[in-house]
Design a protein around this ligand. Structure first.
Ligand code: DGY
Length: 331
């Protein structure tokens, strides 16, 4: 008998095919986020759950099925899963790191350039029929020449953004993280600085931290006051890392030049003031949205399940502590 899996939303076909090959699958056939009640109902009688970053997998879900052995999250970020409760219950939790690094780093750069060069605003201008010819003072933006990029969070994605900035644009790199990364400093001539120095000295600030209590509202009113009036903020990490109200105010008052956002504090709700502003580029959480990346995320999420149900601890296990008392035997 194949293990029973509940899937909260369809993922790319190659991953669904692989899932059907190895498991007895029940999945949400509609292209929408399920309610908590539907997820609770879905996990009943299942051995594992394959879920998305838009699903809140809290104690209520984890308590719903005493035999639930694993949660495979189709995302690198796993702030949507109560990992502590899962570990307590002996449930394995996995994520999908690595396979979306390039796509996300590319998109962080897309937002950086789009915000710096006012692409959204200029595009709206053209579509409204306002383009009457080239003008020397039209849509002047910020340059990457001799610029400094400040990176918060030097994981895989932060590092790839730095590579693009240093090797492609010859930018100077500053970074801040919970620890120094000497090989990174050597490779990119990057400098580790405190948060305040990074904010004061950077022309571009890009956020690549995971969301946790320490990074919630990492950037708020106080931080915007430190930034240059010409600075551009890019967020492809998680919305609540930025205080969205404070950001809207900073943009409104031109305390910073622009922002490029892929993620929002109360996703999919967006702070109303932001929607009215010209100096912010707003994307609908699509940094990893390439065919390759989303397919690879799916294959990895499924392969995490396959490994575990074959008794092998998946490489992408985020709660290693669970191995001492997990509901299924994996080594
Ligand atoms: C992730 O995997 O955490 C990303 O936000 C998906 O784009």
């Amino acid at each position: 008998m194949k293990p029973k899996i509940f899937v909260t939303r369809q993922i790319p076909k190659p991953a669904m095919d692989l899932l059907f090959l190895h498991f007895d699958v029940e999945f949400n056939k509609e292209d929408r986020v399920l309610t908590k009640k539907e997820i609770v109902k879905g996990v009943k009688g299942k051995d594992a759950l394959l879920c998305l970053l838009t699903d809140s997998i809290d104690a209520e879900v984890l308590d719903a099925e005493p035999n639930l052995k694993m949660v495979s999250n189709y995302a690198v970020g796993f702030n949507n899963v109560d990992v502590k409760a899962a570990t307590h219950h002996g449930i394995l939790v996995t994520n999908t790191p690595g396979v979306l690094t390039d796509a996300t780093a590319d998109f962080a750069f897309t937002l950086l350039l789009a915000a710096a060069r006012r692409v959204g605003e200029a595009e709206r201008f053209v579509r409204k029929g306002k383009f009457k010819g080239w003008g020397p003072l039209h849509f002047l933006g910020q340059s990457t020449e001799d610029a400094t990029l400040g990176i918060f969070g030097l994981g895989r994605i932060g590092r790839e953004v730095a590579r693009r900035a240093a090797q492609g644009f010859e930018m100077k790199i500053l970074y801040h993280d919970v620890q120094r990364v000497p090989d990174f400093e050597k490779e990119f001539g990057a400098k580790f600085v405190d948060k305040e120095t990074l904010l004061r000295e950077s022309d571009f600030v890009s956020l690549h931290v995971p969301l946790n209590p320490n990074t919630h509202h990492l950037i708020g009113e106080k931080e915007f006051k430190l930034m240059k009036p010409t600075a551009v903020l890019v967020n492809t990490s998680r919305g609540p890392v930025v205080d969205e109200k404070a950001l809207a105010q900073a943009l409104q008052e031109k305390r910073i030049f622009a922002a490029g956002l892929d993620v929002y504090e109360r996703e999919p709700v967006i702070e109303k003031a932001l929607l009215k502003l010209e100096n912010v580029v707003l994307a609908p959480h699509i940094a990893s949205a390439t065919v390759k990346s989303r397919t690879d995320m799916g294959l990895l999420a499924v392969n995490n399940l396959v490994s575990a149900f074959n008794g092998i601890a998946p490489d992408c296990l985020v709660n290693r502590k669970v191995l001492a008392k997990s509901r299924m035997k994996v080594t």
